[in-house]
Design a protein around this ligand. Structure first.
Ligand code: ADP
Ligand code: ADP
Ligand code: MG
Length: 669
């Protein structure tokens, strides 16, 4: 076994690999960019080496710097994680030349599987079933059109060098083929530097089922069963599970054996995934991912094995720890990918500081202790206070659950999602909750079109616990302002108010999601308040819970507890599995701001300035566009909150700005 390895990655996967290193007594070296100097993965490793600027091209993709870091720290091997350099032949060769072990397959196997078209030709020779299609060298447009016509529509055009769900086009009719081909080739050339395409029959309502394989350098190869990853958005996985539900034993075995045959055909060594597309009991090879997969934890949960430990052992030249006959499935596991993204805005990535991050009580990865399986596991690369930046993948955490049956695991998953609390960027937590509770998913009626087909139900307006959340927010406000700590607060009067029964006060709130104002009237009457809002007028009592931001309320006969996270005047309430945000309309404070007459205009997220629309001295109307920022693939226009005069512009086009940075100064009337 190695004494020390370098982890050429970041985020949750770097933390994941470091955890196994720690357990095995192997020293770990992190690498980090400017943006990651204080990242969790740096703290998770024994040493860390700075390798460049924030953008991946200037850091995590710089082969020579990573090799130099490994040499400087005396690391014997490099684990590439997933993404970045994990499937990069040049990197594998550079490791070889430097005398460092690449913890992954041989370069020739990466090359063989790197082209989907060439891989299909190899698989055909190895008698692995393929989706009907064309994957030849001849890329003549007229020939491709004839092939598609002969296959029958719809067909799927794929970039042979593609990945991550990019470079694919569904073509419904012969007359659309030429235009789709041209656009697919353009995207393939710009994203992957190679415009070769292949054509597949576009299967209707298929499932994505993949097989985890492992091979050693002594001729051993096994499959660690299957995973269903059919639930996808934009051809990218959202929910994964193992084992794939509803497979007959003979189908499961046939797929496992086909996957092992695929690995053997390219003299594979290490961890790999063979992806199949299925209709009914028929399965067809799609591609092989020559690395550890994002969703590997579900396989770990059902086998009780640590796949990173296996990777290290195999890379160190040891044989596979177990033979096929010693492998078995116990129970069922599900994984949900929690992303900083906005489901209602087409799943566009979101960025910002994680002001509050609470994950369900789980374990941060525990395997290898004699068959011990955690029922809830969190794999995360971020902590509260960290920032999701536009530079890297916006994943916050992977939530993994295990149960004796799929129904058990599903119940745990629902509960765990209800306990996730994130304040800062938008997240897909509520969407994931809807997904796991929707009927087709609960019944394991899985196919890759599930999200699209159930779009209306998945995005239907939510019946939010508005009364309960408002009562909790108000309780937290009274708790904060009534405590008499903040004597400068206009609410210092509350201390007085609490002593005098019969005094009535109105709190003004703004429901941030709906952007609607709400008034809550409180009357103090021997410890009982009255909540008058949303056409209801009820008495409630409140109390503080055991933990810092826990509150409880009783409204009528109902007792509800929840957490309230307060960020200045914004109150984020988590109760009954829902998250609601209200802004306290602190009228006196606002009046003070208005008197001061300064409009502060700050960046709502870290990003880049792409246009400055005003110059100092400009007189603008309320709502006038001032600056345009770009973060991930989204543009944000910052407008004037009120009419006034621009006194200073603090950033120029091309500048990178931090979350909350003041962008310009506006003097309002
Ligand atoms: P996996 O198959 O391991 O679940 P995916 O198929 O979702 O991973 O993605 C394949 C690889 O591409 C992963 O290593 C992931 O980091 C990367 N990736 C995923 N989505 C994107 C994206 N939108 N842009 C760039 N890379 C991506
Ligand atoms: P990537 O390299 O981007 O992961 P894949 O070839 O693995 O590309 O395909 C990604 C997804 O696209 C699959 O998981 C599946 O949902 C869908 N897909 C791929 N091929 C087909 C096909 N022939 N018919 C229908 N859907 C497909
Ligand atoms: Mg794939």
């Amino acid at each position: 076994m190695f004494n020390k390895i370098l982890i050429a990655n970041r985020g949750e996967i770097a933390c994941r690999v470091a955890a196994t290193c720690r357990r095995l007594g192997v020293k770990s070296v992190a690498v980090y960019s400017d943006a990651d100097a204080n990242a969790k993965h740096v703290a998770a490793c024994d040493e860390a080496v700075h390798i460049g600027e924030a953008s991946a091209a200037q850091s995590y993709l710089r082969i020579e710097r990573i090799i130099a870091a490994a040499k400087a720290t005396g690391a014997q091997a490099i684990h590439p994680g997933y993404g970045f350099l994990s499937e990069n032949e040049e990197f594998g060769r550079a490791c070889e030349e430097a005398g460092i072990v690449f913890i992954g397959p041989p370069v020739a196997a990466i090359a063989a599987m790197g082209s989907k078209a060439a891989a299909k030709a190899l698989m055909h020779a190895a008698a692995v079933p393929l989706v009907p299609g064309y994957h030849g060298d001849d890329q003549d447009a007229a020939l491709l059109q004839r092939e598609a016509d002969a296959m029958g529509y719809p067909v799927l055009l794929k970039a042979s060098a593609g990945g991550g769900g990019k470079g694919m086009r569904v073509v419904e009719r012969s007359e659309d083929f030429a235009a789709a081909l041209a656009s697919c080739k353009r995207e393939a050339a710009s994203s992957f530097g190679n415009d070769r395409v292949l054509i597949e029959k576009y299967l209707q309502r298929p499932r994505h089922v993949e097989v985890q394989v492992f091979a050693d350098s002594h001729g051993g190869a096994v499959y660690l069963f299957d995973r269903d990853c059919s639930v996808q958005r934009r051809h990218q996985k959202v929910l994964e599970e193992a084992p794939a539900p509803g497979l007959a034993d003979d189908v499961r075995r046939a797929m496992g054996e086909a996957a092992v045959a695929a690995a053997r055909a390219v003299d594979y060594v290490g961890a790999g995934t063979v992806e199949f597309i299925m209709t009914g009991a028929n399965f067809y090879f799609m591609e092989m991912n020559t690395r550890l997969q994002v969703e590997h934890p579900v396989t770990e949960m059902i086998t009780g094995l640590d796949l990173v430990e296996w990777q290290l052992r195999v890379a160190a030249g040891e044989p596979l720890p177990l033979a096929q006959s010693q492998l078995a499935v116990t129970g069922h596991a599900l994984e949900a990918r929690i992303y900083a993204e906005n489901p209602v805005r087409g799943f566009l990535p979101s960025t910002g500081t994680l002001k509050h991050l609470h994950m369900p009580a789980g374990v941060e990865f525990r395997l290898g202790d004699a068959g011990q399986r955690a029922s809830v596991r969190i794999d995360s690369g971020v902590r509260e206070g960290d920032t999701i930046t536009p530079f890297y993948d916006p994943m916050i955490a992977k939530l993994i659950v295990h149960g004796a049956t799929r129904a058990d695991a599903l119940a745990r998953m629902q509960r765990a999602l209800e306990e996730c609390e994130v304040v800062g960027p938008s997240t897909n937590v509520e969407f994931l909750h809807r997904l796991v509770t929707c009927e087709p998913f609960a019944n394991a009626d899985l196919d890759t079109g599930l999200i699209e087909r159930h779009h209306d139900a998945l995005f239907a307006p939510f019946d939010r616990p508005l009364r309960e959340a408002l009562a909790l927010a108000s309780a937290a406000l009274i708790g904060r302002e009534g405590g008499g700590v903040n004597t400068a607060s206009p609410w210092q009067a509350l201390a007085h108010w609490r002593l005098n029964s019969g005094f009535t006060q109105t709190f003004k709130w703004r429901d941030l999601e709906r952007d609607t104002p709400i008034e809550v009237a409180f009357a103090h009457d021997g410890g009982v308040q009255t909540l008058a809002c949303a056409a209801s007028d009820e008495r409630f009592t409140w109390w503080r819970g055991a933990s810092a931001n826990e509150y409880g309320v009783t409204i009528g006969d109902t007792r509800v507890t929840g957490h309230v996270f307060i960020d200045a005047d914004v109150f984020h309430v988590f109760c009954l599995g829902a998250a609601l945000s209200f802004e306290w309309q602190n009228l006196l404070a606002h009046a003070a701001d208005a008197e001061h007459g300064e409009g502060r205009l700050t960046a709502p997220m870290p990003g880049k300035v792409i246009a400055v629309l005003v110059e100092p001295g400009a007189v603008v109307e309320k709502g006038a566009p001032l600056i345009v920022m770009e973060a991930m693939k989204m543009e944000h226009t910052i407008g004037a909150p009120a009419a006034g005069k621009v006194t200073e512009v603090l950033y120029g086009v091309g500048d990178q700005v931090a979350d909350g940075a003041q962008l310009l100064m506006l003097e309002t009337e």
